[in-house]
Design a protein around this ligand. Structure first.
Ligand code: GRG
Length: 296
């Protein structure tokens, strides 16, 4: 199967799973459910769920075991985007090519929608009957997602980001911020796939963790590059928003050439981490290349 057709298959799968796990729009409270569905189902590349499927497949996990972890990580991601776009955070008007959730539904409903998406993710992980049956592995899956979302992950990275606006930052601090804010959830996606396999060998989990850390940071560096060189229509969000807010980004702190060099270097580090996993890991290698070459 080509990489492209594998991605198309997994994309269709996660879209169908998300459609089923979200509350139907006609169920009360209708406006809240409509806002949740708007935030999740309105496009997006689905990079994190794709990584759950691709990493799980490397270690032989059946696809139906990966559905709930894949949907759960996208629910958390969608939640983070809704809250990140709020007036108290980035105050953005455009997301995935249309008005942000608070622009479409109002601020209070957007906050609630984000909150409800977060708990729905964990409800899914604790109730899905098709996930891996080993209790320790199920706990590990929930733990990876929780840790990557909290103060040692997204929320912590966002806190550094908020305090850094308009200030100087060195490259090491910037990399820490990026690894927490964005990288942690991408690494968690890879590990949630790994923990879904039957007794994953510790060396394989370690290799996938290294892979996830490297592509997680590379993903945010490419996001910074696209904030300068991308196109608003292709990206579906406003280009130049980070520079306008005087946010430290890789190009603003280290220069564009260094940003591109570091993204390429991290891609190579990620691919090297996969070497012990052999040819089953080729789709993850292709995913690493996509992450640093994407235009949206
Ligand atoms: C949600 C736990 C939690 C805390 C709230 C708001 C916040 C704290 C953190 C923000 C994290 C955040 C929004 C990071 C940006 C990551 C990023 C590069 C988003 C864009 O991801 P893509 O390109 O978007 O995968 P699509 O639309 O394709 O899904």
């Amino acid at each position: 199967m080509t990489f492209r057709s594998r991605l198309a298959k997994h994309l269709a799968r996660v879209e169908a799973v998300l459609e089923t796990v979200l509350p139907p729009e006609g169920r009360a409270p209708e406006r809240l459910h409509a806002a949740m569905r708007y935030a999740v189902l309105g496009g997006g590349k689905r990079v994190r769920p794709l990584l759950v499927y691709l990493a799980g497949e490397v270690l032989g996990a059946p696809l139906e075991r990966l559905d709930a972890p894949a949907a759960a990580v996208e629910l958390i991601h969608a939640y983070s985007l809704v809250h990140d776009d709020l007036p108290a955070m980035d105050d953005d008007d455009l997301r995935r090519g249309r008005p942000t959730c608070h622009r479409a539904f109002g601020e209070a409903t957007a906050i609630l929608a984000g909150d409800a998406l977060q708990v729905l993710a964990f409800e899914l992980l604790t109730t899905d009957s098709k996930m891996v049956s080993d209790d320790h592995q199920r706990m590990a899956i929930a733990r990876e997602l929780a840790t990557a979302s909290g103060t040692a992950g997204m929320a912590g990275g966002q806190a550094i980001d908020l305090s850094a606006q308009g200030r100087q930052m060195d490259v090491d601090t910037l990399e820490t911020m990026h690894s927490l804010k964005t990288g942690a959830l991408i690494r968690a996606s890879v590990l949630m796939g790994a923990w879904s396999a039957d007794k994953p060998p510790p060396e394989a989990v370690w290799a996938l963790s290294e892979f996830g850390s490297a592509i997680g940071l590379a993903f945010q560096i490419q996001d910074d590059i696209l904030d300068v060189e991308g196109d608003t229509d292709t990206l579906g969000k406003t280009v130049g928003a980070d520079s306008a807010r005087q946010k430290p980004t890789y190009p603003s702190v280290a220069g564009m050439e260094a940003a591109k060099g570091r993204a390429a270097e991290l891609c190579e580090i990620a691919i090297a981490a996969l070497s012990a996993l052999g040819s089953p890991a080729y789709p993850l290698r292709d995913m690493a290349r996509y992450i640093v070459h994407r235009e949206s």
